[in-house]
Write a protein that binds this ligand. Structure first.
Ligand code: GLP
Length: 243
């Protein structure tokens, strides 16, 4: 794993943007695996800026998001579809038919997981997957205990994850209890993985991801077996690596 320590969040976002733009420069019909949460917001802003400057086009790009809540209407302000639309999709020249998220409102959720996984394969797989890191080691919504051999599936959200995400909702009880997420095997199938980690509260999780023995108890340790992982961590997140 290649770990790059960035001075601050701004710097991390600039580097993440450069990484993704570099992928598109290499292959204009790239398939991007995208993440939500607070950490990639800066990267989306920078990608939009690059597009507005006329130096970056997403016309040929296809995107697949990691996850979506179950039970929130697609137009709910806190659905991941709306998150992506507001911060990225509607601000660049991506064709909406090329942007994919699991449908958390599908009548048959098990069939939806299979459909999503098949669609990913049909698209030829993800070239570069952007990931955040949960405090409990989750990647996407793969909570502790998820088998490494998992593909897109339905998950019951961990109490800690619901607490972390409660900051966006009026109250914790409004946070959905379930979600659909790409599995760990799905994530590991990407050609390259770019992990973004910011803030002192992620320091312990970053250390565990790098140094803990691979264990399903800390899903991010699965990334240790991937041949092409770049980690961008800001100094705050990287602080416990020097201890
Ligand atoms: N499902 C998302 C993940 O995809 C995200 O990477 C993680 C960290 O989020 P943040 O970047 O806000 O800390 O938690 C969320 O629950």
């Amino acid at each position: 794993m290649d770990i790059q320590i960035c001075k601050n969040y701004e710097n991390l976002s600039t580097k993440a943007c450069a990484h993704v733009s570099g992928q598109i420069a290499k292959k204009e019909n790239s398939v991007l695996g995208l993440a939500t949460g607070g950490t990639p917001e800066g990267m989306y802003k920078k990608l939009v800026e690059q597009h507005r400057k006329g130096v970056l086009s997403f016309q040929q790009v296809t995107t697949f998001n990691l996850d979506e809540y179950i039970g929130l209407p697609a137009n709910h302000p806190l659905s991941y579809r709306v998150y992506m639309k507001d911060r990225f999709f509607s601000k660049v020249d991506l064709s909406v038919v090329n942007t994919h998220l699991p449908d958390g409102q599908a009548a048959d959720l098990t069939a939806e997981c299979a459909r999503y996984e098949a669609l990913l394969r049909e698209a030829g797989g993800v070239d570069i997957q952007v990931l955040g890191l949960g405090h409990n080691g989750h990647i996407g919504f793969n909570e502790p205990g998820t088998p490494f051999a998992s593909t897109t599936h339905i998950v019951e959200l961990d109490g800690k994850t619901r607490e972390a995400n409660a900051r966006y909702f009026d109250k914790k009880s409004d946070v959905p209890k379930k979600a659909i997420t790409m599995g760990i095997e799905t994530i590991l199938a990407a050609g390259e993985i770019l992990v973004l980690i910011s803030g002192a509260d992620k320091a312990e999780a970053l250390r565990d991801m790098l140094y803990r023995e691979m264990t399903t108890e800390f899903p991010a340790t699965a990334l240790q077996q991937h041949p092409n992982v770049t980690i961008l961590a800001d100094e705050q997140a990287a602080k416990s690596l020097h201890e």
